[in-house]
Design a protein around this ligand. Structure first.
Ligand code: ADP
Ligand code: ASP
Ligand code: MG
Length: 415
């Protein structure tokens, strides 16, 4: 008998029929004698709808109230799934984040989990219940509802698996695993049987939204085995999925097949800010980045080049799109103190990245990237690298073309 945490995403619970499908799947695991904790997202599209509603009332909604609102999406699906399980004769009980007591910090809309009370869940599991927990939400010390950032149900799943020391955390979604790139962009993308925590962490943070970045961080820190699976592929009567299905996120040592590049990712959540004619005072860049850091604006890529004006440089940096207006505002407010001529903000950019642990030991990865982009006439505006990734910032219009070109240049297609 195993203890399994299963997380079902929005498309897997999009309507009553799909919810019944999830219930049948869970019931099969129960029938095999496993203990099951299920985490569900809101029905697909619901969270977006709720956010849009809030914005109709208040363009920049108060974060506490926004959390009260958007957390209702998951409250609907936990109840519906519990009802569907009961209808199949399976004992089930739903829990909101606060009812479990998933304690988080008070950072509304992007809260972090601090602690999980497992007593209620354990008691119900031991009494033979399937426990159905609302993803994406928690409660802070003051008793206020918090949410964990978009895609946060993945993190609820992994955090519960870690707290309960579950044998596995299964993430059910609308694709049957982690692919070499988003299969919606490149139909020849190949499913990866195993991916290391480290590579998955880079891929998630660079745009592969199949797992929320924080969930991978947590899985890596707590050594939770995570399996990404499709809720649309039927298991056999023993609850076993076809052998060629799913992706296991695990330690690098467990992966036999050694690849140089594992995946190509793309993110449109980028904005480029350029300060033209920045004073070449040695402290000027520090003045810029200190102001951004103090305002909690995350800066990713940075490039400095010579300006036309004598004694000046151009400084370019990127931030997440949401932070860009605030970053630009901060710069404008301090224009005289920092000393620059003009600021430009461009949101028509995308970041395309190649990720792979093999880069540590292989030369030529960058050369392949720049050759492939050059062959397609794609110019890059900034570069950043880590030990296991190279990212380039390009014109958003070329993003998908670049992903496909790189996917092919590294020979990642299905054979
Ligand atoms: P859920 O609602 O189940 O949480 P998401 O929409 O958050 O599902 O994540 C699944 C989607 O992630 C897929 O439909 C796919 O388009 C996208 N995706 C992006 N990159 C990848 C990748 N490398 N492998 C698999 N899916 C990916
Ligand atoms: N419903 C939330 C969202 O859409 C959380 C999740 O689906 O993981 O972001
Ligand atoms: Mg998701």
């Amino acid at each position: 008998m195993a203890l399994i945490v299963q997380k079902y995403g929005g498309t897997s619970v999009a309507n009553p029929e799909r919810i019944r499908n999830v219930a049948r799947r869970v019931a099969r695991f129960r029938a095999l004698g496993h203990q099951v904790v299920v985490v569900v997202s809101a029905m697909s599209g619901e969270t977006n709808k709720l956010i849009a509603l809030a914005k109709e009332i208040m363009p920049d909604p108060d974060p506490r109230e926004l959390d009260v609102l958007v957390s209702t999406g998951e409250q609907v699906t936990i109840a519906l799934l519990s009802l569907a399980l009961m209808d199949l004769g399976v004992k089930a009980k739903s829990y909101t984040g606060a009812q479990v007591r998933i304690l988080t910090d008070g950072a509304h809309t992007k809260a972090r989990i601090l602690q999980i009370d497992e007593d209620n869940i354990r008691r119900d599991l031991n009494a033979g219940h399937v426990v159905v927990v609302a993803g994406f939400q928690g409660v802070d010390e003051a008793g206020d509802i918090t949410t964990l950032g978009r895609g946060g149900s993945d993190t609820t799943g992994v955090a519960l698996a870690a707290a309960l020391k579950a044998d596995e955390c299964q993430i059910y979604t609308d694709v049957d695993g982690v692919y070499t790139t988003d299969p919606r962009i490149e139909s020849r993308a190949r499913r990866l049987e195993k991916v290391s925590y480290e590579e998955m962490l880079e891929m998630a943070s660079l745009g592969a939204k199949v797992l929320q970045t924080r969930s991978v961080e947590l899985a890596m820190a707590k050594q939770v085995p995570v399996r990404v699976l499709s809720s649309f592929i039927e298991p056999d009567e023993n609850g076993v999925l076809p052998a060629k299905s799913g992706t296991l996120i695990c330690d690098e040592e467990e992966i036999v097949e050694k690849r140089i590049v594992s995946g190509v990712t793309m993110s449109r959540d980028e904005a480029r800010i350029t300060l033209l004619g920045l004073s070449d005072r040695v402290e000027a860049p520090a003045d810029v980045f200190t102001r951004l850091a103090e305002a909690n604006v995350n800066v990713d890529m940075i490039v400095q080049s010579q300006a036309r004006t004598e004694g000046a440089v151009n400084l370019t940096f990127t931030t997440g799109r949401r932070d860009a207006p605030r970053a630009a505002e901060l710069m404008r407010a301090a224009q005289a103190e920092i000393g620059f001529e003009e600021i430009r903000v461009d949101e028509d950019v995308a970041k395309v990245s190649v990720v792979g642990v093999g880069m540590r030991s292989h030369a030529g990865v960058a050369q392949t990237m720049f050759r492939a982009l050059a062959d397609k006439g794609v110019k890059f505006q900034a570069i950043s690298t880590s030990e296991i990734k190279i990212s380039v910032l390009i014109d958003a219009a070329y993003a998908e073309l670049a992903v496909r070109a790189l996917h092919s240049a590294y020979g990642l297609e299905a054979v």
